[in-house]
Design a protein around this ligand. Structure first.
Ligand SMILES: [Zn+2]
Length: 410
């Protein structure tokens, strides 16, 4: 058999697993006939699918390869390993948080001490003046940057337009490139990009909770440009499509959510915000364009830039809360309280995050650890903040390659 045949087997396997878990297939734009086959009749039994994952993995691992096929093979093997681990979970196997993260995302998440979070909170206490706990002061300050509901769309559209303009200077997107926004309620996430194929995405924004203005660029860049939308579009263009544009690699027509690809996807989506808006450019754009558009005082923007630096440290509190909760050391209330204390969420936001953890489990590491690992890798290739063009080049190369976390030399 050839890699092309194993790739087809892998895609059909992922689609079949999707029958057992509606969250598993995040995007698919391969042959509709394969989807129809996967969706017909009763779902194939889990043990049969697991054996299929192992069979493809073993055959790919033992195959003779052409010199330029190594990354492709590593990608397939990494993805297949995660599919097998996810099938074991669906069959009832309980992984520890760290083992699950390693099996699905190829990294063992390091532990962050409470002392590290306490130090970040102390620095935040210097930035946020006033009385009461730093958590209370943060929430009061945050209320002053909530975007009024009737301005949310205008602010998002402005952020998307700017992020898109900046990205298009550095990445060649399909001519059909399109990104539309829908507003929804009743979800465990705050925003989600649904890639539709042919360079188009629908992004859904959850309006259950108030939206602070710093979400605008998070959303425009993370979900859109140069984040998830661009990542999917470039992989489709470069690999999934047939020649002459692409290489006709079928495995890139499907995106299984619980797989190493997600660490790259979330890590590049988060780091992409800084690639598109390096250094003080983010502050300048927010202060001069988005704050006035939202009817908020631009004087607040400077302080939020400093707050955001500490939030990057506190983002790792999600991993500690999820590890404690999923491994049974924290009950739900204690995990929510941990998030309120260390990730500065409101009680409602902490409850929403626990619902996310219930569904997505160790996936939470992909945001913070993914960003850290992607930043390290891009900077190691010379893509530092002092050299924005080089940073763009390394970044675009990463999001248009089959590279998985192990390929980042971790
Ligand atoms: Zn994301």
């Amino acid at each position: 058999m050839s890699l092309a045949e194993w790739a087809a087997d892998y895609v059909n396997l992922v689609l079949a697993v999707g029958r057992h878990d509606a969250n598993f297939v995040d995007a698919y734009y391969g042959p509709q006939a394969w989807k129809a086959v996967a969706e017909a009749g009763t779902p194939r039994p889990l043990p049969e699918l697991w054996a299929e994952a192992v069979r493809i993995q073993e055959e790919v691992a033992a195959s003779e390869l052409l010199p330029d096929e190594a990354l492709r093979r590593d990608y397939l093997l990494g993805q297949l390993g995660a599919v097998a681990a996810h099938l074991a979970r669906l069959e009832g196997h309980r992984f520890s948080f760290d083992d699950e993260a390693e099996a699905l995302y190829q990294v063992r998440p390091p532990r962050t001490s409470e002392a590290t979070f306490e130090a970040a909170l102390a620095r935040l206490g210097q930035i946020l003046e006033g009385s009461g706990s730093v958590q209370d002061r943060y929430q009061r300050a945050r209320e002053r940057i909530i975007v009024p509901t009737d301005r949310v769309d205008a602010v998002f559209q402005a952020a998307i337009a700017e992020a898109r303009k900046r990205t298009r200077r550095h990445a060649t997107l399909p001519t059909s490139d399109h990104f539309s926004v829908e507003y929804v309620r009743g979800k465990s996430w705050s925003a989600y990009n649904w890639y539709q194929g042919r360079g188009t995405s629908v992004i859904q924004v959850n309006l259950d909770l108030p939206i602070a203005i710093d979400r605008a660029l998070d959303l425009a860049a993370h979900e859109g440009y140069p984040g998830h939308h661009v990542y999917n579009a470039l992989l489709e263009q470069r690999f999934a499509q047939g020649p002459p544009e692409g290489r006709g690699w079928e495995e890139f027509t499907v995106y299984p959510l619980f797989s190493p690809q997600s660490l790259i996807a979330e890590g590049t989506a988060n780091f992409g915000i800084e690639v598109a808006f390096p250094g003080r450019e983010r502050l300048a754009f927010e202060r001069d364009v988005l704050f006035p558009l939202a009817g908020l005082a631009p004087a607040e923007a400077e302080r939020w830039a400093r707050v955001q630096a500490e939030l990057k440290v506190l983002a790792f509190a999600d991993n500690e809360a999820a590890r404690g909760y999923l491994d049974g050391h924290l009950d739900r209330a204690a995990a929510e309280a941990f998030l309120v204390k260390f990730s500065l969420r409101t009680e409602a936001q902490a409850a929403q995050r626990l619902r996310f953890i219930d569904t997505y489990r160790s996936y939470v590491i992909n945001y913070n650890l993914g960003e850290q690992l992607v930043r390290r890798w891009v900077e190691e290739q010379g893509g530092t903040v002092e050299d924005p063009d080089r940073r763009w080049a390394v970044f675009v190369d990463l999001i248009s390659s089959p590279r998985l976390p192990r390929g980042l030399g971790l």
